[in-house]
Design a protein around this ligand. Structure first.
Ligand code: ATP
Ligand code: FE2
Length: 336
């Protein structure tokens, strides 16, 4: 493959998104459709139906933005991890477009895509990544030809924990941004409040994390009459401090001097602020990509797809099956 636009298709969970990078690897804004369940959590089959219904409209929007088939040199898609039915819709769309347009097909690891868009956007060379999304919470660093997971959640992802807490308080999905608003405005009016009065369990277990105990305890605090804003504040402080602690330990062990955020929860100002404070104390750097590149988006899939197709070429249709349980460290890294 020489030059050309790489198109990326993301469909791991709620979001179906189609994006692209140009021949220099610069990402364009993605076209996205979000599945929002009427009530309760995500239903994989319903989310997949949503994606199947929206796919042609998103492809149309991409074409109308000026990305005509003759400009496209490869089609990348999220091969995993994620929800099987959702992943299969994205993979089918990718196979159809690659076949129709006669270009290579590239299957990419969704978690690695969060890292590569972040490295590119924040111009980082060899960071420790704090990947905080709905379904994933991992502290990752590159060791040789793999991104290794140095610590991760033992139960639910931090974003799912925030969303579940919010749902219990009748706040609509996604709960993370609403919790941030409530926490920020409550804190502004209660600057001398102490966390001791809203104490919650600490989520660190060695290099790993666990959030379900925090969720239960926070919901119980509200039931006992604590103000919702106060509990949102305490929940954020406890959950984010735990993530930053594990990230700091990973930096200390590996000697790396860059902290990079990825995933939807990295849209949160408070977690980014905590990362910055920790990094400054260590003489390190901390940064997060713009929100549109933190949340799931097609352009990050295109970014990684371009690196892979330039270094390793495309994949065969026979090896393009999705892998719901694909691990971050299963994907060999052949680029610098
Ligand atoms: P993955 O497949 O990587 O697990 P995902 O499907 O959860 O990703 P993302 O778009 O990466 O999708 O992240 C969505 C999550 O980010 C939701 O849980 C949402 O509540 C959370 N989120 C978004 N904005 C904020 C914010 N400002 N503060 C806290 N959480 C946020
Ligand atoms: Fe994601």
């Amino acid at each position: 493959m020489d030059g050309g636009v790489v198109v990326g298709i993301e469909s791991t969970a709620h979001t179906l998104s189609i994006g692209s990078v140009d021949d220099k690897g610069s990402p364009a804004a993605s076209f996205s459709a979000f599945y929002r369940p009427d009530e309760g959590g995500i239903h994989p089959r319903e989310a997949a139906d949503h994606h199947a219904e929206q796919a042609s409209s998103l492809v149309k929007q991409l074409l109308q933005s000026g990305i005509t088939p003759d400009l496209v040199s490869a089609i990348a898609f999220s091969q995993g991890p994620g929800l099987g039915p959702c992943l299969r819709v994205g993979a089918s769309v990718a196979r159809a477009l690659a076949s129709k347009w006669g270009v290579p097909l590239v299957g990419v690891n969704h978690c690695v895509a969060h890292i590569e868009i972040g490295r590119q956007q924040c111009q980082m060379d060899d960071p420790v990544l704090l990947y905080v999304s709905g379904g994933n919470t991992q502290v990752i660093a590159r060791m040789g030809d793999r991104y290794r997971v140095l610590g991760e959640t033992l139960d639910i992802g931090i974003g799912n924990m925030l969303d579940k807490f919010a749902r219990g308080q009748d706040l609509p999905f996604p709960g993370g941004p609403k919790i941030e608003k409530l926490a920020t405005s409550w804190r502004e009016e209660n600057m001398d409040a102490s966390l001791d009065d809203y104490s919650l369990p600490y989520a660190v277990h060695g290099m790993d994390l666990a959030f379900s105990g925090l969720l239960t305890a926070a919901s119980r605090l509200v039931k006992r009459g604590a103000q919702l804003g106060a509990v949102c504040w305490s929940l954020q402080e406890h959950a984010f401090a735990a993530c930053i602690e594990v990230a700091e330990r990973a930096m200390a062990h590996t000697g790396k001097t860059e902290l990079l955020f990825g995933g939807g929860v990295a849209c949160n100002q408070r977690i980014k602020q905590m990362g910055e404070i920790m990094a400054i104390e260590r003489g390190a750097k901390s940064n997060a990509p713009a929100p549109q590149f933190c949340v799931d988006n097609g352009s990050m899939i295109a970014t990684l797809g371009r690196l892979q197709v330039l270094n390793d070429g495309g994949i065969s249709y026979e090896s393009s099956a999705v892998n719901q349980a694909l691990r971050t460290d299963e994907t060999p890294i052949s680029w610098s």
